[in-house]
Design a protein around this ligand. Structure first.
Ligand SMILES: [Zn+2]
Length: 248
């Protein structure tokens, strides 16, 4: 059997497939790998969470960057990779998607919010850091552009920030717990487009493997866990996923 046939076979026989996705799945939607070697954060200094909380000038810089950054996500659409993941989970009515991405494309491709665990948050809206109230980015951006004042929550006066996890900001404990529980439910765990280099998130494939799940890895480049994979494909995700022979 070829690697693609083995991959297909594992997916077809899976009762609870759990996907773990990273930047590589969204590059075909025109979203660059922000943390990668040529990424946004290699040429722009990220604002550390502690600085955002303690310094007004950093909050202003943060929102100035955010207005600029917005064009990276605006009107981006899911690609074949996202579409096939949601098709598999929705047709089986079982499974889950854990993602390191903040682009909202899994939800846009038809996965219910409850089926997607975003370890690094979501860049398409903002939240109050104190009471968690949600704000639409376009509204916040318009207000910031006209006042040049960092936005504050209209309910509790807390600071508003995009719903992403910033550098220096602790990983969201509730999401880590859900991701861990979902990983333990997996009989097949599929890594798609993650170099598995950001910890602690990168531990999930190992947890799945130790729990007797099959580990399938599709990534453009090598990962440090390649030798644990039951099926390993070093290729484009959209191309690989559209070659899966999954019929319903
Ligand atoms: Zn608030």
């Amino acid at each position: 059997m070829t690697a693609i046939e083995q991959f297909t076979d594992h997916i077809l026989h899976s009762n609870y497939p759990v996907f773990f996705t990273g930047a590589g799945i969204s590059t075909n939607s025109g979203i660059p790998d922000f943390r990668g070697p040529k990424g946004f954060w290699k040429t722009n200094t990220p604002i550390m969470f502690q600085d955002f909380m303690s310094q007004e000038s950093m909050r202003i810089k943060y929102w100035t960057q955010s207005v600029e950054f917005k064009s990276n996500f605006k009107e981006k659409i899911p690609n074949e990779g996202h579409a096939i993941i949601s098709e598999i989970i929705n047709s089986k009515k079982a499974g889950h998607c854990i993602t390191q991405n903040v682009d909202n494309l899994h939800q846009k491709s038809g996965l219910d919010d409850a089926l997607v665990t975003e370890l690094h948050g979501n860049a398409t809206f903002a939240v109050c850091l104190n009471c968690k109230k949600r704000f639409e980015l376009s509204f916040i951006h318009e207000e910031f552009k006209s006042t040049n004042k960092p936005p504050k929550c209209d309910s509790c006066n807390g600071w508003i920030k995009t719903a992403t996890i910033s550098f220096g900001q602790p990983m969201p404990e509730d999401k880590m717990i859900i991701a861990h529980e979902e990983t333990l439910k997996a009989d097949v765990f599929i890594v798609a487009g993650s170099s598995l280099s950001v910890f602690p998130a990168a531990n999930f494939p190992l947890i799945a493997k130790e729990n007797d799940a099959k580990l399938l890895i599709v990534n453009n480049e090598e990962t440090q866990f390649d030798h644990f994979a039951d099926v390993l494909i070093h290729d484009d995700i959209s191309k690989t996923f559209s070659n899966l022979k999954i019929t319903h």
